[in-house]
Design a protein around this ligand. Structure first.
Ligand code: DP6
Length: 329
């Protein structure tokens, strides 16, 4: 048995959002989603075998610790986060028939308060590391292709299943896969503007549950499917402005659903709304701009075409005077 393995995986940002589950155990989504993989924002997971234990005790003897190193930002996982992470690892252990206990170390190459959800990259990296780790013990682990690994990872955290495919991933029902879009959109630039660095009150997993109570939830799968088709068509037509409009309507749809719950909640803060307004003004004055989206949080994500680098640099500077901005251009 190899004593220690390491693997890393990227984050992704959804333009058509996974929001709502038909099955909370297997993280089966209510609707189709589409994401762009953020190769530069990654989680690294290291797994090290500790003492051999029995199946009965293995569940309680795995431990999580932050991974340290020059490439990583200081990172602490909440108790709840650690539990979810370890639970997924224990599922993987069972799947591969491994009974020993393991030290799981992980870290991100982006700061914890950067407004970037690390759940997709963390669970994808954990699943990839687990495959490597179990390989010696169970040679059948070698047979797992990306589709199968993505499926296993989804059971830990839904959005992680899209991180196995790049640059674009589509996820429907049980399966995520690579989506081919015109070459021109394969190397987008990404910025995230962070108006709030305090942790959010409602996790995305909670939002998945609450959203089903929204009076706007009925018809959501159809709306997401229609936008997915329209967005793919817009990219195929090289119609960036149309892609921006669809992407905008889509994240607003998700946030409006939250607001239309019997107990309404809203991730959009004063800062987010100000950022959104500024972006709308750029689009209306220049008839061009970035794709804009927000996840279940207050941060605003921007995607630029490669030829928009000067605009991305200007916006980065402008927003940096008021907010924290993260992203490599
Ligand atoms: C708003 O994948 O974090 O970012 O499956 O419960 O772990 P769990 O949820 P998670 O949900 C992400 C939701 C989202 C939209 C998206 O990424 O598609």
């Amino acid at each position: 048995m190899q004593n220690s393995v390491i693997a890393s995986a990227p984050s992704n940002i959804a333009l058509i959002k996974y929001m709502g589950k038909v099955d909370t155990v297997y993280n089966r989504p209510t609707n189709i989603s589409l994401s762009y993989t953020l190769e530069h924002l990654r989680t690294t997971v290291q797994l090290t075998a500790t003492a051999e234990t029995t199946v009965a005790t293995a569940a309680t003897t795995d431990i999580w610790q932050p991974l340290s190193g020059p490439d990583f930002f200081a990172f602490t996982m909440t108790e709840k986060g650690q539990e979810k992470f370890k639970r997924h690892f224990q599922f993987l252990k069972k799947h591969f028939g491994y009974e020993g206990s393991v030290r799981i170390k992980s870290a991100n190459n982006f700061p914890a308060d950067a407004g970037i959800a690390s759940s997709a990259s963390s669970f994808a990296a954990l699943t990839l590391a687990a495959q490597k780790f179990f390989l010696k013990h169970n040679p059948s682990a070698a047979d797992l292709n990306l589709e199968k690994l993505s499926e296993l990872s989804r059971l830990g955290s839904g959005s992680s299943c899209r991180s196995f495919f790049a640059p674009w991933a589509m996820w429907k029902k049980d399966q995520a896969e690579k989506l081919n879009l015109p070459e021109k959109y394969n190397q987008l630039l990404h910025l995230v503007i962070v108006p709030e660095t305090t942790p959010k009150k409602i996790s995305s997993s909670q939002a998945h549950q609450l959203v089903t109570t929204s009076r706007l939830f009925p018809g959501r799968p159809e709306r997401a499917e229609a936008r997915y088709q329209q967005l793919v068509q817009a990219f195929q037509d090289h119609n960036w402005k149309r892609a921006y409009q669809i992407t905008w309507d889509e994240f607003m749809d998700m946030h409006e659903m939250f607001r239309a719950c019997p107990e309404p909640f809203d991730y959009r803060t004063k800062g987010s709304l100000q950022i959104l307004k500024q972006l709308q003004e750029i689009w209306s004055s220049q008839n061009d701009g970035p794709l804009v989206t927000m996840d279940a949080g207050s941060s605003v994500h921007l995607l630029f075409r490669a030829d928009q680098k000067p605009l991305a640099e200007t916006l980065k500077k402008d927003f940096q005077s008021q907010f924290q901005v993260w992203g490599q251009l």
